[in-house]
Write a protein that binds this ligand. Structure first.
Ligand SMILES: Nc1ncnc2c1ncn2[C@@H]1O[C@H](COP(=O)(O)OP(=O)(O)OP(=O)(O)O)[C@@H](O)[C@H]1O
Ligand SMILES: C[C@@](O)(CCOP(=O)(O)O)CC(=O)O
Length: 340
């Protein structure tokens, strides 16, 4: 008997948030080694696909003859795509096996997301079990994502789950291959998580009501993204330039945040990033998600234990215990088969 494993990386958007909802704008998205895996096993029963998620205590059964609604809108959307495109003829069990890094537990013991793209990982690693061609997978995974997310989102998380680190836009995906292996991403878990859809709705309403500012925002974001991309690929370390650019880009986001009266980089995150960026190996600090309460991301080169300890000690004074998690840059989708 064979077990099919499909895995894909989590993502961190270093720059380009909100702007990438516009097809002509780019964002820098880094694939990290928190991997979302699904395992696919053949079932003896006829005509069914079963999704099992231990993390969400769910087991959802779909009949191969019809689409259906369940408590998990993402499974429903994935199954809808499988059904409409007749991707499955046999019966299969699909089990989710994400790295625990995708989630954390808040004070009320509720599972919260870190903003690493668990839903994109779920979609891509599930549909990737049925589709080998990555271009076709991209198109169908985007459709599933839009079904589940009220037609909202640029799809950069789906794209990163498939193609790895990249300069993303809705119009083109330019892989960022060969990035320095000594880059690390530190994530700081604020244990809240924030709704992407709410962020998109609020910010887009504000931008559409301020057309002149909208144009300025898109232009400035694009300039920062392109400069960041250039610095990332630069062989010699240009820390001063990273820091200067980071200030400029964060100011832009804070300005937008104020205009829309929506927390993109909340005050607590500003304090945390300002402290962290003073550590010698830290090059870039950002609230990467739609809102500031997803995990804060720091791009570092050759970060030391001492620096991590120092950031953790600072976080403790703000009430966050052991909040720093370290990741490396990782590759895109991977499919494996194991004989069992
Ligand atoms: N292991 C899992 N099993 C079942 N459903 C999951 C699993 N992981 C994620 N999901 C689905 O994805 C939803 C989380 O998606 P959401 O877009 O809010 O977070 P994210 O993708 O991790 O972060 P972000 O959108 O900020 O990148 C969950 O509510 C659940 O429906
Ligand atoms: C705000 C946005 O531009 C980027 C952040 O998204 P997320 O919260 O990391 O899924 C949304 C998107 O591009 O889909």
């Amino acid at each position: 008997m064979q077990k099919f494993i499909c895995s894909c990386p989590g993502k961190v958007l270093l720059a380009g948030g909100y702007a990438i909802l516009n097809p002509n704008n780019h964002g820098v998205s880094i694939a990290i080694n928190a991997r979302f895996r699904t395992e696919k096993l053949k079932l003896q029963e006829n005509n069914q696909i079963i999704f099992r998620s231990e993390q969400f205590s769910q087991e959802i059964k779909y009949s191969l003859n019809q689409i259906a609604k369940s408590e998990n809108i993402y499974f429903d959307a994935i199954y809808q795509i499988i059904f409409q495109n007749q991707l499955a003829t046999d019966s299969w069990l699909i089990e989710t096996k994400p790295d625990s890094a995708f989630y954390s537990q808040n004070q009320k013991n509720k599972i919260t997301k870190l903003g690493l793209g668990s839903s994109a990982g779920l979609i891509v690693s599930s549909l990737g079990q049925f589709i080998n061609d990555n271009e076709k997978l991209y198109q169908l995974a985007l459709q599933a994502n839009l079904i589940a997310q009220e037609n909202k989102g640029s799809g950069f998380d789906i794209s990163t789950a498939i193609y790895g680190s990249q300069l993303f836009s809705k119009n083109e995906v330019i892989p960022l291959d060969g990035l320095d292996k000594n880059y690390q991403i530190l994530l700081i878990d604020l244990k809240q998580g924030q709704s992407t859809i709410k962020g998109i709705n609020t910010i887009q309403k504000c931008l559409s009501e301020n057309q002149k500012y909208y144009k300025y925002f898109l232009e400035t974001s694009e300039k920062c993204v392109m400069e960041l991309c250039y610095l990332l690929k630069e062989k010699k370390l240009v820390r001063d330039q990273f820091l200067k650019l980071n200030q400029e880009y964060r100011s832009l986001l804070r300005e937008l945040s104020q205009l829309a009266n929506y927390d993109i980089e909340p005050k607590i995150s500003t304090e945390i990033i300002d402290f962290s960026i003073a550590q010698p190996s830290v090059l870039w600090g950002i609230c990467p998600g739609a809102g500031g309460y997803d995990a804060i991301a720091l791009l570092c080169k050759d970060v030391t234990e001492k620096e991590i300890k120092s950031i953790n000690e600072f976080l403790l004074t703000k009430g966050y215990e052991n909040a720093v998690h370290m990741f490396y840059i990782d590759h895109g989708i991977q499919r494996d088969i194991i004989n069992i």
